[in-house]
Each structure stands twice: as structure tokens, then as C-alpha cells.
Design a protein around this ligand. Structure first.
Ligand SMILES: Nc1nc2c(ncn2[C@@H]2O[C@H](COP(=O)(O)OP(=O)(O)OP(=O)(O)O)[C@@H](O)[C@H]2O)c(=O)[nH]1
Ligand SMILES: [K+]
Ligand SMILES: [Mg+2]
Length: 438
């Protein structure tokens, strides 16, 4: 028999209210036992007095009863709203243990919901993303996936593939006279269209994943250009050590920013130079690696002297920053290496707002979701890539059995996105489309 699980659904610690969730066949009997009463009406909050198994008063609160299958997990579910104290939690845990319930593992409620067909994998992932969302853009992306955008996209692709497969299977299974002409050509066209759509989604700059994980920006430049000072300005606190000594920063120092709803991770790095000291040389190596891996770079120059090492790093994913404008007599350069240059002073804060706006625009241009649903995890991308690999092998002019197998593999790869289990839809399509089954 399925084990009945329980967990604190709200955050741990002292709080006005704590929500506990129970799921499984013992959920109902447990509620009756704790309250000493019959089960309340489904989905209606009722006041309850909770006693532990020895009859000791544990707490007063609210209870909700969700009989299967109309519940989050699809099983019998009970929700208890109690007071959020440690002693109540402890007493409840003991009562649950005494009645044979066990603490849920991480994600176990959603796992059961998936297994009971309450949600597909993309929705389960979206719920986790929503709980983790720290910015508005992350929240929006999670909600869209929760609404089923990605699931519909993946299922749409899969349906197209199953359709093409049905056409091929028809060619294999039935004699020539019964089959409409041009089926093979049609299947080939369908596969080509699908491959184009998959490719378009893969070439999305990994926007969905970036939005989940944060957009990485690396600050690079010569020693003493004022990189750490700039980082501290952006953070609004003294995150990194600043000093007049060149080669101060060695380790990478990260800060997290919410930039108009975009989650951004800004990294301060060691100044680029041929370092004499072994530790600083390692810092420079890390700086270069981080610059390489980042989505965007801020190339910082400490005045009008433009060092070659930093100049060479400028590309179209780089924002040029001329720092220390407070010490300059002449106007700062407007462009460097054909890129606009942002004049700032980390010391006075001048130009910082404009720089932040420019970073925001750059992020928006590169990562805005637009209307197309996005792949939000490496897992989704891998499934689409596996499907594409199968479609590339697919040869409508070759052996029909081999061609059909490639389509089947492709459909299976797409099915992994929503976690859909294999069912034999192919014959369904054949019978519906061709009415061959007599
Ligand atoms: N006048 C002026 N001084 C600045 C400005 N920004 C930084 N400095 C000074 O420049 C020196 C170096 O600043 P840091 O922020 O440590 O420079 P850095 O690029 O991180 O240096 P490394 O970590 O050694 O590569 C410090 O003395 C800062 O006070 C600025 O905008 N104006
Ligand atoms: K320094
Ligand atoms: Mg520094």
C-alpha cells in the first residue's frame, strides 16, 4: 500500500501560521483521529482542535479535506493550518509518526501528482521555479510554463511527428492500392517542417535557462581601473576590497542584482596583466575564464589610457566603461573599438544610472522572452537535440522500417520533456485518417 506522507508546506521556523500537508490513504483516518471527529465536508475549511495520540491538547487550527482524486497529488490529502511554533511542529511530527505516517522527501508531493497524472513534468518544474523565483521576469517565466506553454509546444511537436510516423507505418503495413499517393513525400515534408521549428527553438540564445539561473556579467579591466569600486557601487555595499595597490582582487567576487526584474550575477575579477606573483597570475587566469563564460562583459578603463589586454577583449557582448571621469580634464571617448563607451565615476557615482540603464537594455535585447515559449532547462534542450539527431538520420527515400524507427526515437525524445509515457497512438492516427481498419 502507498505510504502516507506529511510535511510542513510553509517555511520552517516561528510564524503566525504553519501549513502541514498529508497525502495518502491514511490522511483521512489521521485527521479523524487527531480531531476525534468525522471527516469534514470536502474542500471546506473547518475549525479543529487537535490532540496528540495520547489525547494531549496539541493546537487549535483549521483543517481541509481533499478526497482523491480531486487533490494536488491525486491522493487523499489533508491540509492543517496550525500555529507556526517549534513545539507544535514537534508534537505534530510525533503524532504523525505514531500513526504510521512518514515525513515526505523533497518534491515527493509533486512527484506523486506527476505519477497520478495530475501534472506533467514541465508543470512540476514550473512549480519549483515559481517557488525559487526571485525576480518578476523569473516569476513570469515560471507562470507561463505552469500554464502549459512548454508542454503544449512539446506535445504539438510530438503530435506532428506521430502523424508523419503514421504515414510511414501505413506505407509499411498496407498494400499499395489502399494507400493514398504521395504519403512518403508528405512524411518527408512534415519532418522537415518540424526540424526547422526545433532548430528555431534551440537557437533562442538559451534565454529560458538564463532567466532561471541568472544572467552572468563579468567586470574586466586593467589593475586599478576601478573594477571593485564599480562592483561595490552596483551592489550598494562594500562587497569587494578596494585599494590603491594594483592587483588587489584575486578571487572572483559575485553579487546578485535584480535589474528591472532580470536576475543578474555580476562578477568582479582580477586586473588583467602579466602578474609576477603566482597567486595573482591564478587570479588573472580565473578572470579570463569568467570573462569567457559570461553572457556580458563590462570592460572597465581607469581613465583615457586604454590598455591593450582589455581592448582585445571587447566584442559585441561587451559594454565599455570609462571610469574615474572625476579625475579627467578632457571629455571621455564616446566610442571604443566601435562600441559606445559609458563614462562613470565609481567614486562619485556619476554616470552609474546611465550605465545601469544600458546594461538593462542590453539584457532585455538579448534575453527578452517575447511570445514564443522557451526551453527553460538543459533537460528540455537535450531532449530537443536528441529528437533533431533522429530527424537528421531520417531518410524518407531509404528503408521505410529504418525511417520509421528514426521517427519513433524522435518522438520518444520529445516525450521526455513532459514525461509522457509511450502509448501506441500511431494506429489511432492511421484508423482515424485512412479508415483502413475494416
Ligand atoms: N578618483 C577616482 N578614483 C577611483 C575611482 N574608482 C576607483 N578609484 C580608486 O582607484 C583605486 C583602485 O580601485 P579598485 O576598485 O581597487 O580597482 P580594481 O580595478 O578593482 O583594482 P584590482 O583589483 O587591483 O585590479 C582605488 O584607490 C580607488 O579608490 C573613481 O571613479 N575615481
Ligand atoms: K586595486
Ligand atoms: Mg579589484
Amino acid at each position: 500500500m502507498t505510504e502516507t506522507i506529511y510535511a510542513l508546506a510553509s517555511a520552517a521556523g516561528r510564524a503566525g501560521v504553519a501549513v502541514y500537508r498529508l497525502s495518502g490513504p491514511m490522511a483521512g483516518p489521521t485527521l479523524s483521529r487527531l480531531t476525534g471527529k468525522a471527516l469534514p465536508k470536502p474542500r471546506q475549511a473547518v475549525r479543529v482542535r487537535i490532540n496528540d495520540v495520547d489525547g494531549d491538547h496539541l493546537d487549535d487550527g483549521l483543517a481541509l479535506w481533499f478526497p482523491a482524486p480531486a487533490s494536488y497529488t491525486g491522493e487523499d490529502v489533508v491540509e492543517l493550518h496550525l500555529h507556526g511554533g517549534r513545539a507544535v511542529a514537534q508534537g505534530l511530527a510525533e503524532a504523525m509518526g505514531g500513526l504510521g505516517l512518514r515525513p515526505a522527501e523533497p518534491g515527493e508531493f509533486s512527484r506523486r501528482a506527476f505519477l497520478n497524472g495530475k501534472m506533467d513534468l514541465t508543470k512540476a518544474e514550473a512549480i519549483a521555479d515559481l517557488v525559487d523565483a526571485e525576480t518578476k521576469a523569473q516569476r513570469r517565466q515560471a507562470l507561463r510554463q505552469m500554464d502549459g506553454e512548454l508542454a503544449r509546444l512539446a506535445e504539438g511537436w510530438r503530435a506532428a511527428l506521430v502523424g508523419a510516423l503514421a504515414h510511414l507505418e501505413a506505407v509499411i503495413d498496407f498494400s499499395d492500392e489502399e494507400i493514398p499517393d504521395g504519403l512518403l513525400v508528405q512524411a518527408g515534408d512534415e519532418v522537415a517542417r518540424l526540424a526547422a521549428s526545433l532548430n528555431a527553438h534551440l537557437a533562442d540564445g538559451q534565454r529560458g535557462e538564463r532567466l532561471r539561473d541568472g544572467i552572468h556579467i563579468a567586470i574586466i579591466g586593467a589593475p586599478n581601473a576601478g573594477k571593485s569600486s564599480l562592483l561595490n557601487r552596483l551592489a550598494g555595499r562594500d562587497a569587494a576590497i578596494v585599494s590603491a595597490q594594483a592587483g588587489t582582487t584575486r578571487d572572483i567576487i559575485e553579487i546578485h542584482l535584480d535589474l528591472d526584474g532580470w536576475p543578474v550575477v555580476v562578477a568582479d575579477t582580477a586586473g588583467l596583466r602579466d602578474a609576477a606573483c603566482e597567486i595573482e597570475a591564478e587570479g588573472v587566469r580565473r578572470a579570463l575564464a569568467r570573462a569567457e563564460a559570461a553572457d556580458l562583459r563590462l570592460a572597465v578603463f581607469g581613465g583615457t589610457i586604454l590598455d591593450a589586454a582589455t581592448l582585445d577583449m571587447i566584442d559585441d557582448a561587451t559594454l565599455v566603461v570609462i571610469n574615474k571621469t572625476d579625475t579627467m580634464t578632457g571629455p571621455p571617448p564616446e566610442r571604443v573599438r566601435d562600441r559606445p563607451a559609458w563614462a562613470v565615476s565609481a567614486k562619485t557615482g556619476a554616470g552609474l544610472d546611465q550605465l545601469l540603464a544600458a546594461i538593462g537594455t542590453e539584457v532585455e535585447n538579448r534575453f527578452a522572452i517575447g511570445t514564443a515559449p522557451v526551453l527553460t532547462r538543459a533537460r528540455h534542450r537535450a531532449a530537443v537535440e536528441d529528437c533533431l539527431a533522429a530527424l537528421r538520420r531520417f531518410d524518407p527515400a531509404g528503408e521505410p522500417e529504418l525511417a520509421a524507427e528514426d521517427l519513433r526515437l524522435g518522438a520518444r525524445a520529445l516525450g521526455r520533456i513532459t514525461g509522457r509515457v509511450e502509448v501506441d497512438e500511431v494506429l489511432d492516427v492511421i484508423f482515424h485518417e485512412f479508415c483502413i481498419g475494416k
